[in-house]
Design a protein around this ligand. Sequence first.
Ligand code: MLT
Length: 407
Amino acid sequence: MATINKNYNKLQGSYLFLEIAKRTKDFLEKNKGVELMRLGIGDTTEPLSKAVISGLSAGVKKLRKKKTYTGYGHPQGKIELRNALVDFYKKRKIDLRPEEIFVSDGAKSDSANIQSIFGQDNIAAIMDPVYPVYLDSNVIAGRTGELKNGRYEGLVYMEGNEENDFMPPPPEVKVDLIYICSPNNPTGSVATKNELAAFVDYALNRKAVIIFDAAYAEYIKDESLPKSIYEIEGAKKCAIEINSFSKWAGFTGVRLGWTVVPEDLVVEGVEPGKVISLWARRQSTMFNGASNIAQDGALAALSTKGQKESQKLIAYYMGNATLIKQTFSNLGFKVFGGENAPYVWVRIPPSLTSWEFFDKLLREAHVVVTPGSGFGLKGEGYIRLSAFGDKKNVKRAMKSIEKNFKP
Ligand code: MLT
């Protein structure tokens, strides 16, 4: 008799962004003709850059001719692309080898799957509020007990709050896997070098592994802030870094990301390089490599022209972030993030839960946001606004909030 993986029963409701989509659809069914302004999910809206389009087109053209056609590629990704990523890191004075880079279909799947190469009994630490994928993937894998009062047994929560600027210090107890997202989704805060160094110290001392999600790193303007955990000495011994072309090169639909597993990574009881071979084994068994067309697009995104064009895209979205930040500040809200990150995190009045606030904004201003409680217990009391919208739409949304919303 087949049975299900009962860990799925431990998950809370549906995946956050599906729940938002459902509530939005229900609202539209009851309010036909209303035009919504969507600042919920962090999904890009600007077209791909010229460089990326020509890279993708060249990729398609190659598939038209027998001589240049390719089927399955290298499971870790095209060597040209991995070499380009090596150069990308070199500009940050980080030396990597192409063998340490795994190209994938995006940071979301890698950040969900990476836990599978670690022991079932490993204790994971996540921030709260948190991007739900790190949490749910560990729940599904059976690394937690039941959910009680908004917290899973067996997980360690690192609480982000206004006092620590939503970048909590390493846990006081011993954990084995630590998830860090910086620039942070959802709060828009960014870890300083010292803050990351404290995590690296912790991990080296306790033989823990950091899973560092750098998907928003290109949004960092402040040059003193680290874009990669490998800017911190010793990090190659204790950190895996996950990144993506989605948010800075517009690949949310095209799909492409990468994960760095350093040769020097130390894990209890195994020789250096073992983690690379485990991830290679996992990926070659369960994944057939990223789309060859998408990889040609990514190669173009990494070219000088591609990176220059992406800077314009980033500036465009950050213009939205500034506008969102200003509007909510002017309305008297306390606002966080939105300076080196494309998310704005807003404190809401205590009289409403974040889902109630979500519903009220939808009803009164026709604006979709993300309720903070969707990111965990400590997200309650806040909402998140994404800066990835179309500029006109974001302007309309802010005007509508100013005019129609009665906080
Ligand atoms: C978000 O809105 O948090 C992101 O778009 C989700 C994701 O990147 O998977």
